[in-house]
Structures are given as structure tokens and as C-alpha cells.
Design a protein around this ligand. Structure first.
Ligand SMILES: Nc1ncnc2c1ncn2[C@@H]1O[C@H](COP(=O)(O)OP(=O)(O)OP(=O)(O)O)[C@@H](O)[C@H]1O
Ligand SMILES: [Mg+2]
Length: 253
């Protein structure tokens, strides 16, 4: 018999360690390796980018929107659920699998696959890959194949940004897939793409096509010795954290 005076035991929080344990951070979130499973990633909101702060920044316009719409983790979680429901396993070649939300010492954390290369390194962003290797025929072929599949499935995304896509390698310099790790979902006020697959495909095609311009723009910056910018770079020490011995070629970089 349940004693109504018993308060439910709270679930212990997943301890991610201090903030600087994060292997990467974006403009909104900190990304940690799951302490119990090194092929999973836990994302928490940055303390300076909490939904209430973001809502305040937007002034009156912000107050007209629900606070949860400023929570990147909640938004992404519902998008993952919706994609799984509508698109099934075909989407999982291009996006990480999502395992839900957990309580952590840094607030609610979204758990997804952590994309790693053949040698255990956390895969680098497309932005970093292109910056280092240029748009080689291999990269071009891979992007073309990605664009075709992204369009034919009609996957929902905001503009596809080079720092929100990672390049997974199955052997040195062999790209097995591009994975979109952030920026999923339709950004429209009335997101009809969720209800019409034809519209979704047309929108997905436009987003995917724009990758070519983004790559050109990045290579222009590199050619003119411009600034890398804030997003998407990971040092080998971050990419190989906890992997042990790393290849000599990576140690030199
Ligand atoms: N599942 C993953 N697998 C591998 N690397 C990842 C994964 N998720 C995130 N990363 C790395 O962490 C970085 C930051 O993650 P993410 O883009 O999710 O943060 P964010 O704060 O939401 O970004 P933004 O600034 O675009 O809002 C990425 O650029 C990527 O290098
Ligand atoms: Mg991002």
C-alpha cells in the first residue's frame, strides 16, 4: 500500500562535472560526453543563455512568445520526437538518435548520439574539415550525395550551417556520412513543412543547396586570411579526450 506521506525519492542528477568538462560549446549550449556512455552526448543550456534571459532580450516581442520557445534543448527534443514519428529510421543516417532528457548538475540535459570517427575522435564540423582540407573532390561528392538525400527525405531544418554539421570518418580521409547535429526543425511561424512532404522536400532542397554558397564563403575567408569566427573548431585534445593513444598525424596538428 502506498503511504501518501512518503515523498517520492528524487532521481539522482547525472553528474557532468564542472562546466569546463564540456568537450565543446556553441552559442547556446554546453556539450558533454555522457559519463556512463562515451558514444552519447549530453547538451545543457549555457547559464548566460537561459530561456528567461533570451526572452528578456527580445523585449515586448519576447513576452508574446512562450518561454519554452527560447529553450533550445526543449525545442530540439520535440523536433527529434516529431522527426522519429514522421520520418522513422531513414532520418538516422543524417541526424543523431535522441535518447531523451535527463536531469544533470547543469540543469536539464538532452541526450543524443555522440558522433565519433573510426579512431574514436569526436568528428569535426564540416566548417573545420573544409577549412583544413578545402573542397576536395571527396568533400564535393559527399556534399552532393548529402544534398540529394536531404532533399529526397525532406528533412526539416533551419539554414544548414557548416558548424552544425559534422563529418564522420570511417577510415583516414574516408568520409562515411555528414550528420546534422543542431538546427533541426522548421523555423516558419506556420510550419506547413510538417504536414506536406512535397513542401518539406522543396524547402529541404533549398537549405541543402545553400551549403555550396556557405562553403564558397568560408573558403574565401580562408584565402584572404580572414578570421575563422567563433563557432565549430575543436582542438585534437578535445576531439580525442578519453580516447587514449592518438594517431601521430593528429598529434602534429
Ligand atoms: N552529437 C554530436 N556529435 C559530435 N559533435 C557534436 C555533437 N553535438 C555537438 N557537437 C559539437 O559541439 C558543438 C556545439 O554544439 P551545438 O551546435 O549543439 O551547440 P549550440 O549551442 O546549440 O550551437 P549554436 O551556436 O549553433 O546555437 C558543435 O559545433 C560540434 O562541434
Ligand atoms: Mg550549433
Amino acid at each position: 500500500m502506498v503511504n501518501m506521506n512518503d515523498s517520492p525519492t528524487p532521481m539522482p542528477k547525472l553528474d557532468l562535472g564542472p562546466e569546463d568538462n564540456a568537450f565543446a560549446q556553441g552559442g547556446n549550449r554546453l556539450c558533454f560526453i555522457h559519463p556512463d556512455d562515451p558514444v552519447k552526448c549530453v547538451k545543457t543550456l549555457r547559464k548566460d543563455r537561459l530561456p528567461e534571459l533570451k526572452q528578456k532580450e527580445k523585449g515586448l516581442k519576447g513576452r508574446l512568445r512562450k518561454r519554452s520557445s527560447f529553450d533550445d534543448n526543449q525545442q530540439e527534443y520535440s523536433t527529434f520526437l516529431r522527426i522519429a514519428d514522421l520520418y522513422g529510421p531513414s532520418a538516422l543516417k543524417f541526424i543523431p538518435r535522441c535518447y531523451g532528457m535527463v536531469a544533470t548538475n547543469h540543469g536539464p540535459g538532452l541526450v543524443t548520439d555522440l558522433i565519433r570517427d573510426f579512431d574514436g575522435a569526436i568528428s569535426m564540423t564540416l566548417k573545420q574539415y573544409v577549412w583544413i582540407h578545402g573542397d576536395t573532390p571527396r568533400v564535393k561528392n559527399c556534399i552532393a550525395a548529402f544534398q540529394q538525400s536531404w532533399e529526397s527525405i525532406g528533412l526539416p531544418s533551419r539554414n544548414l550551417l557548416l558548424h552544425n554539421i559534422v563529418v564522420q570518418l570511417s577510415a583516414p580521409d574516408v568520409i562515411c556520412r555528414l550528420v546534422v547535429i543542431d538546427g533541426l526543425g522548421w523555423a516558419d511561424v506556420l510550419p506547413f513543412g510538417w504536414w506536406s512532404r512535397t513542401l518539406a522536400r522543396a524547402k529541404a532542397a533549398r537549405k541543402a543547396e545553400r551549403l555550396n554558397e556557405a562553403i564558397e564563403a568560408l573558403l574565401d575567408i580562408r584565402r584572404t586570411n580572414g578570421e575563422w569566427g567563433y563557432h565549430g573548431w575543436m582542438e585534437p585534445a578535445q576531439r580525442y579526450a578519453g580516447v587514449g593513444e592518438r594517431p601521430a598525424s593528429e598529434q602534429e596538428k
